[in-house]
Design a protein around this ligand. Structure first.
Ligand code: NFA
Length: 102
């Protein structure tokens, strides 16, 4: 007659907290001078938007002052902001693109 198992044990499994990458919202800001067609082209080329999506976002920014182009991990967001700002500078448009932690 052996001793009975008490049924009480010590949990030993390590539960590692999953590390999810921080996400950043990339935003376009309205201004009075950047041509609509330039903004539409940037949204298609940098953010892989369709013509229809690009027009919708451009009109949203135009009407509301700001609009979202997408949500990305930090380095991807940073690269897209740089591409937009480089294109705007090259064409001497005042278009501003920023990122913010989601
Ligand atoms: N407001 C600009 C214009 O009337 C168009 C624009 C849209 C600029 C979105 C910047 C962002 N030409």
């Amino acid at each position: 007659e052996g001793d009975e198992d008490s049924g009480i044990g010590v949990a030993t499994k390590t539960r590692t907290k999953t590390q999810r990458p921080s996400l950043y919202r990339v935003l376009l800001l309205n201004d009075d001078y950047t041509p609509m067609e330039f903004v539409i082209a940037v949204l298609q080329q940098v953010f892989h938007k369709s013509q229809e999506e690009a027009v919708t976002i451009t009109m949203h920014v135009h009407n509301n002052g700001v609009g979202e182009c997408g949500v990305f991990p930090y380095e991807v967001a940073e690269t897209k902001v740089t591409r937009v700002m480089d294109a705007a500078r090259k064409h001497q448009h005042p278009l501003q693109c920023v990122m913010e932690k989601q």
